[in-house]
Design a binder for this molecule. Structure first.
Ligand code: NAD
Length: 254
């Protein structure tokens, strides 16, 4: 039980990668704060953890809203008295070039994908500092390193997440708080399937995305979760400011 006695806050944990990360931490003994804007799916994750004997609570929050995010920190400390690990996972996708994207769409994507990391870190890190050590993991994307057609706000938000990770790693190293990010390739989540549904043949589209990876498949949320747990744990004690690519070789090839 690597994370027994630790408290992990995971945003966007109602489904997809966040849910897998929450369950994986719970299986290693952590108490989990499931944060999501969606009440139903958030509570399902809590039930899934509790049904296996784990500890979890749900806090509904829009992670792009400062008042909501302040309540994440307050609610976590009220329930579990501490915060050790913060996983900034919540994110949304939007397709469009800079010409096609509206100002509202830009603000929404940057708000949920990037401002949320600023807000959640701003209000949770003071609690982590009280513990004398801890870890923050931001879920970025390979689209923060390379790009493709019509992903303007998403790509910008994920590039920002990688840069912000480096800055936070420097700012909080003296507090023994390591800050890293993970850059997944295509992972089989509701977000990926919703993106595929925008095309005329979603199954064919997912197959084409799979073929673009060196490993010729899309990843599973649990495969990302294991890297997040590694980064949060003592085995990664000399890892900070890093961007871990978890992409089945997607950006390894020209
Ligand atoms: N799936 C992929 O292929 C992929 C690849 C690279 C990076 N990512 C990133 O991984 C993270 C998780 O993606 P996923 O595929 O699991 O997505 P998903 O859509 O399957 O799940 C995202 C979760 O975040 C929640 N959420 C959305 N907006 C929110 C908000 N404003 N406040 C709180 N919660 C909110 C949703 O309700 C949902 O439960 C995102 O940051 C995404 O950009 C995904």
């Amino acid at each position: 039980m690597e994370f027994e006695g630790k408290v992990a806050v995971i945003t966007g944990a109602g489904m997809g990668m966040g849910k897998a990360i929450a369950i994986a931490f719970a299986e290693e003994g952590a108490s989990i704060v499931v944060v999501d804007v969606n009440i139903d799916t958030g509570q399902e994750t809590v039930k899934a953890i509790q049904s296996k004997g784990g500890r979890a609570i749900f806090i509904q929050a829009d992670v792009s809203n400062a008042l909501d995010v302040q309540q994440i920190a307050v609610g976590t400390v009220n329930a579990f008295e501490r915060i050790d690990i913060l996983v900034n996972n919540a994110g949304i996708q939007h397709y469009g070039s800079v010409v096609e994207t509206t100002e509202e769409e830009w603000d929404q994507v940057l708000g949920v994908n990037l401002k949320s990391i600023f807000l959640c870190s701003k209000y949770c890190i003071p609690e982590i500092q009280k513990q004398g050590n801890g870890s923050v993991i931001n879920i970025a994307s390979v689209q923060g390193i390379a790009s493709q057609k019509r992903v303007c706000p998403y790509s910008a938000s994920k590039g920002g997440a990688i840069s912000l990770t480096r800055n936070m790693a420097i700012d909080f190293a003296a507090d023994n708080i390591r800050v890293n990010c993970v850059c997944p390739g295509s992972i089989d989540t509701p977000l990926l399937r919703a993106a595929a549904e925008l095309t005329s043949n979603s199954q064919q589209t997912i197959k084409e995305w799979a073929d673009a990876h060196v490993l010729k498949r899309v990843g599973q949320p649990e495969e990302v979760a294991q890297v997040v747990l590694f980064l949060a744990g003592d085995k990664a004690s000399f890892v900070t400011g890093a961007a871990y690519v978890v992409d089945g070789g997607l950006i390894a090839q020209l």
